[in-house]
Design a protein around this ligand. Structure first.
Ligand code: FAD
Ligand code: FES
Ligand code: FES
Length: 1350
C-alpha cells in the first residue's frame, strides 16, 4: 500500500565523533562457542554475520524479509528480572547482529552433523522424507528444535503451529509433519499399523501394498536433558550487567542499547534522527527493500519499564516493548483466570495473533512497534481502537496519555507521537458484562499473511435491554490509516440489536468506508463487501451471545442455517495415508529399485552440510555483482550515467552491452530474441541494462541504485486482453484440427461459449538464482550455478564471451528448487555475470535478491481462452473450438513449446470428437514468461475441465456422470491422433471413487449445504492425463558416464541436475539394479559439462526416463566387461571382480547414451506422436468456503495415480504431494499482480503467497496405482514430477461446486466464470448476495486500476 520515501539520513558528525571512540565489544555465543567482536558492523543481520563472518552456511537466505523461515535460528536469552531463560525461533535475516549481544545463538550446525551425531530433529525430518531440495530444511529443523526446547513432548497442534513462519516449495508439508509427529506423546508409527494416527484404513490393505515409508523404530530417542545449557558466562554477565548504555560503533551505523527509561528518553531527545527498534521486523524490511539508512539505531528492547505487563483495576497495562508472543501468553492466562465477559478484548487479541505472522516474527516483534508503525493493515490497531485503548507517551519533558481514537493516526503511517516521545505502554481495558467484542481479518492466505481488510468491533448494550448504548467499529485496509466508522457508530446508538439492524447499517458503513475505483490496494468492491460481511458476522455473534447469556432479552434468534457463519473451519491435525506396492518378495536385497530409499542428500540437508551455490567459500579476489534493471516496461534509453556509482569506494566497474566480447543476443529456437544487456531500448521492467561489480554485495547494490538512467517512455502492453485488443502477437500460430467442428456444432442440441483465464505463477524456488564465475587461463571460465540446464548455461556463456564451448565448464552440485524457472531465464544472468568477470578478470558472484528474482525471471504463462462447445441434451460432447492466448512476455523463450503443450492438453481426458484449437502468443511488456512445472499442460487441462463443469451447471447434470459419459476409452485417439494405450484411467477412477467414498460424501455435502447459508461445502473429482516427453525432438536424448574405481566404489555422472526431485537417488537405484550392487557403493558428485556433454535441461519430468536409460546403458557395458571375471570366480565379491578386471587392464569407465524412440509430432503434417506415454491420475477434493469472506479450507483430498512401477515410492509420493500443493497454489492461492505500468506488486513472500503448512488438505491420501508397469520407460516406471500438479484443480472445482450452492440459495442458476486462481476475493464476489450487490463493479476502462493481472 504505497511506498515509504527513501530516507538518506547521514550521521551527524558531532554526534558521531562523540560516540565513535566508545564502542563496546559485541559478545554472544554461537553453537556453544563464544564470539567476541570488537569492531562489529551493526547493519549486519545475524544471517549475514553467520554466513560471511562465521562461515556457518547452514542457515539459508530465502527472502531476507521474514517471510520464508529458511534463515530460522534459535536465540536463547536470560532475563535477570524474572530469572528465566527463553528459547526463541527467530528470523536471522531480520535480526540485527547487535540484538543478540549477551545471548546464545543456535544454528542448524549446532545441533548435530552426519560426521558426529545427528540430532533427532534432523534425523526424523530426513528419514520421514521431509527434505527434497533441502533449502528450507535447516529453517524447519530449527523451528522444530526451538519448539522442543520449550515443550519436549509437544502436541500435534503445537507442531503445526511451530511452522507458521516456514515455507517449503517442494514437499507439500505432509512428510515433515508426519516425521515430527513422532515427538508427540503418542508418537507415530510412520504408517506401520493399519490404525496409524495419520491414517485409518477401514478395509485393511491389498496384498503386497504398504503404507509405511519410514520406520520410526530406527529413530534415536529424544532426550531433552541432553540439550546444551545456557552459557554460564552469559548468565553471570547478565546478573552483573551495569545499567549503562551499550554502544556498538561501526563504520556506517552506531547501535545504542539503553538499559533504563531515562537513558532511552535522553537518547531520543539528543538524537532526533535516530531510529528506535525493538524486534526490527518492520525496520529491517524497510532497510532491506526500501533502502532506508539509519546511522544511529536505539535498541529499546532492554528497557525494563517497556517490558512489563501490569494489571490495573480497569484493564491491563502492556509495556510497548512486550513481544507479541508474551502478549499472547499473558492474554491466554488472563482468559483462564478472569470471568469470560471481562476478557473479551483479550480473547480477540489471542484469536488475531493466531493469524499474525509466524512464531519467528511474534517472538521478537513488539506491540509498540505495531502501533507506532501505523500500517493501515496493522492487525492490532483496529482491535486497540475498537477497545478504546489509551497510550502513555513519555519524553524527557513529561508524560501524557492519549486515547487511540479517530485523531490518533494522522496520515499514512503517521500518528500524533512526537519525535522525542516513546510509547511507554498501552492500556487495554476489560469489557463489562453488557459489552461484546470481536476481531476480524481476511487475508489472501490465512496463516502468516497481512490483511486485505481487518476490523475490531465493540458494542455496549444498555443494562437489561438489547439496545445499543455505545459502539466502536474500527477497520483496517479501507483507507490510509486504521479508521473508525463514525457515521455508523453514531447512528447505531439507541438501536435495537435485532432483525433489520444490519440492513439499515450497511448503507452507513458504505458511506463511512468509501473506496473509489482504482483505490490503493485494489479489490475495491471486495474490500467494501468484506466490511459489511464482518459487521453481519459481528451482529450474529453478539445476538448469539445475548441469547446464551441473557435468554429472552433478544427479540431475534439465530437460525441454525445462519449459525455456521461464525463457526471456524473444522480443522483436524493433518493426516493421510500413502499407499504403494512393495517390491516383489524375491527381489534381491541389493536391488534398490522400488524401495522407499531416503533422498541421498536428505541428512546433509537437515544438518546444513549440503552445499548450495552461495555456500561455496569465497575464492581469492572474488567480487560481487549487482544488477541495474529497467524501471520501465517499454522505453527508449536516452542516457545512462554510472559516474557516481563508479566513483563509490569499493566499486570496480560498470558493465553493459559495450563490454560484451561475443554476442549480446541469445534465445532458443525458433528465434534468438533475448539479450544479455538492453540495447538502447527496454521492453520490460527488470530487463538488465548494466551491472556494477564491487567488493561486496552491499556496496554493489548501493552503487547500482546510483546509476542514473533516463528513459523516453513508449506505450506498454501488459495483459492478454490488451495484447489481443492491440494485435500484439509473436508471428507464430499453432493449430490442431480433428474432424469437422462445424458439423459437430450442427449435430449439437446446445452450444455453450465462455472464457477461461488462468493466471501467472511465480516459481518461488526457495534458493534464488545464484552463480559464481571463475575466469581461468587461456580464456577458460568455470561457471558454478543453480541451473537446470548446465549445457545451455555453458553455451550461453560461451556465446557471451565469444569463446568455444570447450573453454567453459558449467557445474551444478544441487539446486534449492527449480520447477522450470532455472531452465533458461537464469542463463541470461550467467552470461551477464561472465561478461562482468571477463571485464574485471576476477571471480564474480551473484545471488539475486528474492524480489529481483521475482522481477526478472518470468512466470508460468497466463492464458485467456475462448471456447465454443457443442453437446447433446444428455451431455454428450460433439465439438470444440478454442482460441488460446498466452501471455508470453517480451521474448519467445519457451513460449511456443509451452503453447504446443497447452494445445495438446485442452482435452484433458475427454473425447470432444471434433476439435479445432488455435494458439496465439501475445507479445507483452513483461519479463519473458517461461517453463514452469507442467509446461503449459495445466493451463490446457483447466480449459477442458472448465468446459465440463460449465456444461454440468448448464444442464443441471451430476458432474461425475457427465465426465464418465465423455471420458476416453482404451484405444481411442486424442485430438492430435495419438492412440491411448495402457489406459489405466479407468482403474484410477474406480479406485479413487471408492476410496474417497465419493457417493456418500456427495450426499453429506448436499445435506450440509441445505442446512447452512453462509458456509458451503463442495466436492469434485478431477482426472488428469499428462503426456510425457520433450516436445522438441532433439532434447529426447541423454548421456551418462560411469567409473568403477579399484576399491569397487562407483561414481556416476549423468546429464540431469538434482533439484530436490530425487533424480540422483533414483539414478543410483537404477545403477544398483543394473550392476547388482548395494546403492551405498555408488555415488554422484555433481553435474558437469566436463563429464557429460550436450545435456538436455532437467525438465519435462523426463529426466529419470532419459538419464536412467543412459546410466543403465553404461552400467550394462561395464557389467559385460566384468562378466568374465564373475564367471571365473562365481563365489567372488564385487570388489574382487573389479580388482581382477583392473589388473587385467580392463577399462572400468564408460559412457552410456539413450535416445527416445517414439515418433515426433510434426506440426506441418500433423503426423506422429508428441508423447512417449501418458501418466494418469484422479483426485477427489472436498472444501468448505465462507461465503461472506471468500475464505476456504480444504477438508480432504484423495489421489490415485499411475506412476508405473515406482522407482522409489517415497520420492514419487513426495513429488505427487509437492506438485499437488504447488498446483493448489496455481489454481487457488497464488495471485500475481502488476501495476498497469508493469511493475510487480506481489513481490517477495510478504505479498506473494504460496501455500503454507496450514493450507494442505486436512486429510491427504495418496495411492500409487498397483500392478501397472509401464513398457515405455526405465524399470517400467513413469515420470512423476509434473503430472500430479493438475490434480489440484480438484480443489478449484470443489470451490466452484460450493459457490454453485451459495448462488442457488440466491436463486442464481446461470453458468459463471471463476478465474484461476480462485482467490478469496473471487470466491466472495462469485457468491453474490445482498452485501456484494451494494457494490457494483465499476465499468472497465472508466478508471485506472490499482493493479492488473497479466
Ligand atoms: C514477515 C512479517 C510478517 C508480518 N505480519 C504482520 C501481520 O500479520 N500483522 C501485522 O499487523 N503486522 C505484521 N508485520 C509487521 C510487524 O511485524 C509488526 O508491525 C511488529 O509489531 C513491529 O514490531 P517490531 O518490534 O519489530 O518493530 P520495529 O521494526 O523494531 O519498529 C517499528 C517502528 O516502531 C517504532 N517503535 C517501536 N517501539 C516504539 C515505542 N515504544 N515508541 C515509539 N515508537 C516505537 C520504531 O521506531 C519503528 O519506527 C509483519 C512483519 C513481517 C516482517
Ligand atoms: S530468509 Fe529469513 S525469512 Fe526468508
Ligand atoms: S525441500 Fe523445502 S523448499 Fe525444497
Amino acid at each position: 500500500m504505497g511506498d515509504l520515501e527513501v530516507q538518506n539520513t547521514t550521521l551527524d558528525s558531532k554526534q558521531a565523533s562523540t560516540l565513535r571512540p566508545e564502542s563496546d565489544a559485541l559478545v554472544f555465543f554461537c553453537n556453544g562457542k563464544k564470539v567476541v567482536d570488537h569492531h562489529v558492523q551493526p547493519e549486519l543481520t545475524v544471517l549475514a554475520y553467520l554466513r560471511t563472518k562465521l562461515r556457518l552456511t547452514g542457515s539459508k537466505l530465502g527472502c531476507g524479509e521474514g517471510g520464508c523461515g529458511a534463515c530460522t535460528v534459535m536465540v536463547s536469552r536470560y532475563s535477570p528480572q524474572d530469572k528465566t531463560i527463553s528459547h526463541l525461533a527467530v528470523n536471522a535475516c531480520l535480526a540485527p547482529i547487535c540484538s543478540v549481544h549477551g545471548m546464545a545463538v543456535t544454528t542448524v550446525e549446532g545441533l548435530g552433523s552426519t560426521k558426529t551425531r545427528l540430532h533427532p530433529v534432523q534425523e526424523r525430518l530426513a528419514k520421514a522424507h521431509g527434505s527434497q531440495c533441502g533449502f528450507c530444511t535447516p529453517g524447519i529443523v530449527m523451528s522444530m528444535y526451538a519448539l522442543l526446547r520449550n515443550s519436549p513432548e509437544p502436541t500435534i497442534e503445537e507442531i503445526e503451529s511451530a511452522f507458521e513462519g516456514n515455507l517449503c516449495r517442494c514437499t507439500g508439508y505432509r512428510p515433515i509433519l508426519q516425521g515430527y509427529k513422532t515427538f508427540t506423546k503418542d508418537g507415530c508409527c510412520g504408517g506401520n499399523k493399519a490404525n496409524c494416527c495419520m491414517n485409518n484404513l477401514p478395509n485393511g490393505l491389498e496384498e503386497g501394498v504398504s503404507t509405511q515409508l519410514f520406520d520410526p523404530s530406527e529413530f534415536a530417542p529424544y532426550d531433552a536433558s541432553q540439550e546444551p545449557i545456557f552459557p554460564p558466562e552469559l548468565l553471570v554477565a547478565a546478573g552483573k550487567a551495569k545499567l549503562t548504555i551499550q554502544k556498538f560503533v561501526g563504520d556506517r551505523v552506531i547501535w545504542l542499547r539503553p538499559a533504563t527509561l531515562q537513558q532511552l528518553l535522553e537518547l531520543k531527545a539528543n538524537h532526533k534522527q535516530a531510529k528506535m527498534v525493538v524486534g526490527n521486523t518492520e525496520v529491517g524490511v524497510e532497510v532491506k527493500y526500501k533502502h532506508q539508512e539509519h546511522p544511529i539505531i536505539i535498541d529499546a528492547s532492554h528497557v525494563p519499564d517497556l517490558t512489563v505487563i501490569e494489571p490495573t483495576p480497569s484493564g491491563v497495562k502492556v509495556g510497548a516493548s512486550v513481544s507479541l508472543t508474551s502478549l499472547n501468553e499473558f492474554s491466554q492466562k488472563l482468559i483462564q483466570e478472569e470471568p469470560e465477559y471481562k476478557t473479551r478484548v483479550f480473547a480477540a487479541i489471542v484469536e488475531m495473533l493466531k493469524w499474525f505472522a509466524g512464531h519467528q516474527i511474534r517472538n521478537v516483534a513488539c506491540i509498540g512497534g505495531n502501533i507506532a508503525t501505523g500500517s493501515p493493515i496493522s492487525d492490532l490497531n483496529p482491535l486497540f481502537m475498537a477497545a478504546v485503548c489509551s497510550l502513555e507517551l513519555k519524553s524527557t519533558t513529561g508524560t501524557r496519555t492519549v486515547v487511540m481514537d479517530s485523531k490518533f493516526f494522522t496520515g499514512y503511517r503517521k500518528n500524533i507521537i512526537g519525535p522525542d516521545e516513546v510509547i511507554l505502554n498501552i492500556h487495554i481495558p476489560f469489557t463489562s458484562q453488557n459489552e461484546y467484542f470481536c476481531g476480524y481479518k481476511q487475508a489472501p492466505r490465512r496463516v502468516d499473511d497481512i490483511a486485505i481488510v481487518n476490523a475490531g468491533m465493540r458494542v455496549v448494550m444498555k443494562p437489561g435491554i438489547n439496545v445499543v448504548e455505545d459502539c466502536t467499529l474500527a477497520f483496517g485496509g479501507m483507507a490510509a490509516t486504521t479508521v473508525l466508522a463514525m457515521k455508523t457508530m453514531n447512528n447505531i446508538k439507541g438501536r435495537t440489536w435485532s432483525d433489520g439492524l444490519v440492513d439499515s447499517m450497511c448503507p452507513l458503513l458504505a458511506e463511512d468506508l468509501p473506496l473509489p475505483p482504482g483505490a490503493p490496494g485494489g479489490m475495491e468492491t471486495y474490500r467494501q463487501s468484506l466490511t459489511l460481511s464482518f459487521f453481519f458476522k459481528f451482529y450474529l455473534v453478539v445476538l448469539e451471545q445475548i441469547n446464551q447469556t441473557q435468554p429472552g432479552l433478544s427479540g431475534s434468534s439465530v437460525s441454525s442455517s445462519l449459525k455456521t457463519a461464525n463457526q471456524p473451519f473444522s480443522k483436524n491435525p493433518a493426516r493421510g495415508v500413502q499407499m504403494y506396492q512393495e517390491v516383489p518378495s524375491g527381489q534381491p536385497e541389493t536391488d534398490a529399485v522400488g524401495r522407499p530409499v531416503t533422498h541421498l542428500s536428505a541428512l546433509k540437508q537437515a544438518t546444513g552440510e549440503a552445499k548450495y551455490c552461495d555456500d561455496i567459500p569465497h575464492v581469492d579476489g572474488e567480487l560481487y555483482l549487482a544488477l541495474v534493471l529497467s524501471q520501465k516496461a517499454h522505453a527508449k534509453i536516452l542516457s545512462v550515467d554510472a559516474s557516481v556509482a563508479i566513483a563509490t569506494e569499493g566499486v570496480h566497474a560498470y558493465v553493459d552491452i559495450n563490454d560484451v566480447p561475443g554476442q549480446n543476443m541469445l534465445g532458443s529456437s525458433p528465434v534468438y530474441d533475448d539479450m544479455f544487456f538492453a540495447d538502447n531500448e527496454v521492453t520490460c521492467v527488470g530487463q538488465v541494462i548494466g551491472v556494477i561489480v564491487a567488493d561486496d554485495q552491499a556496496i554493489a547494490q548501493r552503487a547500482a541504485r546510483l546509476v542514473k538512467v533516463d528513459y523516453e517512455e513508449l506505450p506498454a502492453i501488459i495483459t492478454v486482453e490488451q495484447a489481443v485488443e492491440q494485435n500484439s502477437f509473436f508471428p507464430l500460430v499453432r493449430r490442431i484440427k480433428r474432424g469437422n467442428v462445424e458439423e459437430g456444432f450442427e449435430n449439437s442440441d446446445h452450444i455453450l461459449e465462455g472464457d477461461v483465464r488462468s493466471g501467472a505463477q511465480e516459481h518461488f524456488y526457495m534458493e534464488t538464482y545464484t552463480t559464481l564465475i571463475i575466469p581461468g587461463e587461456d580464456g577458460e571460465v568455470e561457471v558454478i550455478s543453480s541451473t537446470q540446464s548446465p549445457t545451455k548455461t555453458q553455451t550461453t556463456v560461451a556465446k557471451a564471451l565469444g569463446v568455444p564451448s570447450n573453454k567453459v565448464v558449467s557445474k551444478v552440485k544441487r539446486l534449492g528448487g527449480g520447477f522450470g524457472g532455472k531452465e533458461s531465464r537464469n542463463c541470461i544472468q550467467a552470461g551477464v555475470c561472465a561478461v562482468a568477470a571477463n571485464k574485471v578478470n576476477r571471480p564474480v558472484r551473484l545471488m539475486l535478491d528474492r524480489r529481483e528474482d521475482m522481477m526478472v525471471t518470468g512466470t508460468r504463462h497466463p492464458y485467456l481462452s475462448h471456447y465454443k462447445v457443442g453437446f447433446s441434451k444428455e451431455g454428450q460432447l460433439k465439438a470444440l473450438q478454442v482460441n488460446l492466448y498466452s501471455n508470453s512476455g517480451c521474448t519467445y523463450d519457451w513460449s511456443h513449446s509451452v503453447l504446443e503443450k497447452t494445445l495438446f492438453h485442452i482435452d484433458n481426458c475427454y473425447n470432444f470428437h471434433n476439435v479445432e484449437a488455435t494458439g496465439h502468443l501475445c507479445r507483452t511488456n513483461l519479463a519473458s514468461n517461461t517453463a514452469f512445472r507442467g509446461f503449459g499442460g495445466p493451463q490446457g487441462m483447466i480449459i477442458g475441465e472448465t468446459i465440463l463443469s460449465e456444461i454440468a451447471i448448464k444442464l443441471a447434470l451430476d458432474p461425475l456422470q457427465l465426465r464418465v459419459m465423455n471420458i476416453y476409452k482404451e484405444g481411442e485417439k486424442t485430438h492430435y491422433s495419438q492412440e491411448l494405450k495402457n489406459w489405466y484411467m479407468d482403474r484410477c477412477w474406480k479406485q479413487c471413487v471408492t476410496s474417497s467414498d465419493y457417493a456418500n460424501r456427495r450426499r453429506d455435502v448436499d445435506q450440509f449445504n441445505s442446512e447452512s447459508r453462509w458456509k458451503k461445502r463442495g466436492l469434485a473429482l478431477t482426472p488428469t492425463k499428462f503426456g510425457v516427453s520433450f516436445a522438441v525432438k532433439f532434447l529426447n536424448q541423454a548421456g551418462a558416464l560411469v567409473h568403477i574405481y579399484m576399491d569397487g566404489s562407483v561414481l556416476i555422472a549423468h546429464g540431469g541436475t538434482e533439484m530436490g526431485q530425487g533424480l540422483h537417488t533414483k539414478m543410483i537405484q537404477v545403477a544398483s539394479r543394473t550392476l547388482k550392487i548395494p546403492y551405498e557403493k555408488i555415488h554422484i558428485s555433481e553435474t558437469s559439462t566436463t563429464t557429460v556433454p550436450n545435456t538436455s535441461p532437467t525438465a519435462a519430468s523426463y529426466s529419470s526416463d532419459l538419464n536412467g536409460m543412459a546410466v543403465k546403458d553404461a552400467c550394462e557395458i561395464l557389467l559385460n566387461r566384468l562378466e568374465p571375471f564373475m564367471l571365473e570366480d562365481p563365489k567372488g565379491t564385487w570388489e574382487k571382480w573389479v580388482d581382477a578386471a583392473y589388473y587385467q587392464r580392463v577399462s572400468l569407465s564408460t559412457t552410456g547414451f539413450f535416445k527416445a524412440s517414439h515418433q515426433h509430432f510434426d506440426w506441418e503434417t500433423s503426423l506422429g506422436n508428441p508423447y512417449n506415454y501418458f501418466v494418469y491420475g484422479v483426485a477427489v477434493s472436498e472444501v468448505e468456503i465462507d461465503c461472506l469472506t471468500g475464505d476456504h479450507q480444504v477438508l480432504r483430498t484423495d489421489i490415485v495415480i499411475d506412476v508405473g512401477d515406482s522407482l522409489n515410492p517415497a520420492v514419487d509420493i513426495g513429488q505427487i504431494e509437492g506438485a499437488f500443493v504447488q498446483g493448489y497454489g496455481m489454481f487457488v492461492m497464488e495471485d500475481y499482480r502488476v501495476t498497469p505500468g508493469g511493475h510487480l506488486l506481489t513481490s517477495g513472500p510478504g505479498f506473494y503467497k504460496i501455500p503454507g503448512f496450514d493450507d494442505i488438505p486436512a486429510e491427504f491420501n495418496v495411492s500409487l496405482l498397483t500392478r501397472a508397469p509401464n513398457p515405455f520407460a526405465i524399470c517400467s516406471s513413469k515420470a512423476v514430477g509434473e503430472p500430479p500438479l493438475f490434480l489440484a484443480a480438484s480443489i478449484y472445482f470443489a470451490i466452484k461446486d460450493a459457490i454453485v450452492s451459495a448462488r442457488e440459495d440466491e436463486g442464481i442458476k446461470e453458468v459463471f466464470r471463476l478465474d484461476c486462481p480462485a482467490t478469496a476475493e473471487r470466491i466472495r464476489m462469485a457468491c453474490q448476495d445482498k452485501f456484494t450487490k451494494q457494490f457494483p463493479a465499476p465499468e472497465p476502462g472508466t478508471y485506472r486500476p490499482f493493479f492488473v493481472r497479466p
